[in-house]
Design a protein around this ligand. Structure first.
Ligand SMILES: [Zn+2]
Ligand SMILES: [Zn+2]
Length: 272
């Protein structure tokens, strides 16, 4: 059996399955979280909607189409990775080491991706980069799960490059990469859910406060562009002093029982 070796041959054989896999990952995760939010808004948790504003059909259309474009960028980068593997410039994904070692690798990839995201995101807020890299994502004022991959082309490329860089540095088992990709899209869509999905007291809990919440990223979209750059964890924002000063207060207000909950309009207006 002939193995495809040129970029064109690899693309011809793999582009469609990779595109379908990545699109399914996005559509399933965003669809699941959107359905969950829709159901919760018919319960007492309706009061956990973070903003009063509703995302519009125009927002959904822009976010969905841009996410499809991002999936195309991910597909192209994955084809490049396969081509590099075929020519011996990158290593194939490993088989499993041992369960414990694999879990360590999964923890490592999440911590590394959190750092990569924080610093790339913060850099893209630099006035010299913001317009061409990140302004498009911030057309979303009221996040919905469909905004997860709503990036301009340069930002989509920056996001897609994490995986090849990691694979060049750390030989990683295939199932660990697969699990990472699932966790990544799930946390991304949860961060853009628009309705707080985490438990009451989370933002001030001694352990859980280190894990990000929906309110954490929502505040970045609707409150202040100079706070809350993190992804899975609040570590970098806490250490670098970029956590929104009202984060815990807003979180507690959003998650308060509906009868006690006043408006969240005290959130400051966005400023780049
Ligand atoms: Zn966002
Ligand atoms: Zn941003």
């Amino acid at each position: 059996m002939n193995h495809p070796t040129t970029l064109i041959e690899i693309a011809a054989e793999r582009a469609v399955p990779i595109f379908v896999f990545d699109m399914a990952r996005y559509v399933i995760a965003a669809g699941l979280i959107a359905a969950l939010v829709w159901a919760l808004r018919r319960t007492a948790w309706a009061s956990r909607k973070i903003q009063k504003r509703e995302a519009t059909w125009k927002d959904f259309r822009r976010e969905f189409l841009a996410s499809m474009r991002t999936v195309i960028v991910y597909t192209l980068v994955a084809i490049g990775v396969m081509w590099a593997i075929r020519h011996g410039w990158m290593r194939e994904l490993e088989m499993s080491y041992s369960f414990g070692t694999d879990l360590l690798a999964l923890g490592g990839i999440l911590i590394a991706h959190d750092a990569y995201f924080y610093w790339a995101h913060r850099a893209m807020h630099h006035p010299k980069l913001f317009k061409s890299f990140h302004k498009f994502h911030h057309q979303t004022m009221t996040p919905t799960p469909w905004a997860a991959y709503s990036f301009a082309l340069p930002e989509a490329f920056v996001m897609a490059m994490f995986m090849p860089i990691w694979m060049m540095l750390v030989p990683t088992p295939g199932w660990v990469v697969f699990t990472f990709l699932a966790v990544m899209i799930l946390r991304n869509t949860m961060g853009h859910a628009g309705l707080e999905l985490h438990a009451r007291g989370w933002a001030s809990h001694p352990v859980l406060k280190w894990i990000s919440t929906t309110t954490h990223h929502d505040l970045h979209h609707c409150g202040s562009y100079s706070h809350n750059y993190g992804f899975y964890f609040t570590f970098w924002d806490k250490v670098m002093g970029t956590e929104h000063p009202d984060y815990v207060k807003v979180y507690d207000r959003v998650t308060a029982p509906s009868l006690q909950r006043p408006s969240t309009d005290a959130v400051p207006s966005p400023a780049q």
